[in-house]
Design a protein. Sequence first.
Length: 329
Amino acid sequence: MNLYTSVELPAGLPRLTHADRLLLLGSCFAAEMGERLLSAKFRCDVNPYGVLYNPLSISVALREIEAGRSYGAEDLFLFRELWHSPMHHGDFSSADKEKVLETINTRLQEAHAVFSQLDYLLLTFGTAWVYESKETGRVVSNCHKQPETKFTRRKLSVDEIVLDYKELLSDVLLRNPKLKILFTVSPIRHVRDGLHANNLSKATLLLAVEQLQMLFPGHVFYFPAYELLLDELRDYRFYAEDMVHPSKLAVDYVWERFVHSCISADALQIMEESENIRKSLAHRPFHPESDEYKRFLGQIVLKIERLNGKYPYLDFKKEREICRIRLKA
C-alpha cells in the first residue's frame, strides 16, 4: 500500500562538495539549511544580512555584496531607541550606531571577499509580498515594527521577479561563468492574509523560478523543499506549535532528501567522519583527567589531522581548540 504522494526530485541537480564555496540567502529555512551545511564542514556564508524573505531584497543584497558596498550613518534610522537598517534583520540592530555599522560592514566585507570565487548560490524565496517605504519608494527587507502607515504593501508579479533576476544573473554569470544557482521556495506559510493569499504568493515564486530555469539552463536549478513538506509530509504533526513553521522532524526529513540528492559521494564520506568527530567530542568522560581520556583525545586529533591532510580547506579550528584545552586540563 502506498499511503502518501511521493515527490519526484528533479534529475540533474548539482552535487555539492566540500571544496565548493557557497553563499546562502533567504528565509529562515535557508538559515536552517545553512547551519546544517556549516555543521557538516561546508565552506559557506549564511545570510550576511540576516533573514530575507522576498526576492527583491535578496537581489539587492546580492548586488551590494558583489559591489562591496559600505554602509554609513545615512543608511540607518532610529526607532524605539535602537538603530536599524531597512535592509537588515533585527539581529543587526543596537542602541550603538557604530556597533550596527561595524557589524553590517564586517559581514558585507566577508561576503564580498569571496563572491567572485563562489561555486553556488543557494537562494530561498519566502514570500512575493513586499513592503515599500513611502519615504524612499524602496522595498525594505524588515519593517522593524514601524507603523504600517509608513509602507505600501503589494505582491510582486512573476514578470517583475524574472526581469530583476534576469538582469542580475546575467551580470553575475558573465563575471563568474562556473556559478550555479539553486533555488528553493520556503515551506513556511505566511498566513497573515489567509491561506489563499499565501498560496498565490508561493505560486508566484514557483512560476518565477521556473522561468529562470528556462532562461539559464545549466546554471539555475530548483530543489522542491516546498513540495516535500506540503505533499510528502501532508500532516500537521510535521509543523511546529504555531502551525506555520516546519517541525524539527520535518526539517530533518527535508535535509535528508537534500543530502541524498545534492551532496556528492565524497562529501557524504567527509560528513560522516566529521560527525563522528563531533560526537566523540560531545562524549562526557567519567575521568577527564585520566591518561585513557588523553589518549582518546589524541586519537581525535589524529583523525582531524588526517582529514585536514587530505582536505586542507576543512575548518576544524573549533575542534582543535577543544582538544587543546582538554589535553591541558
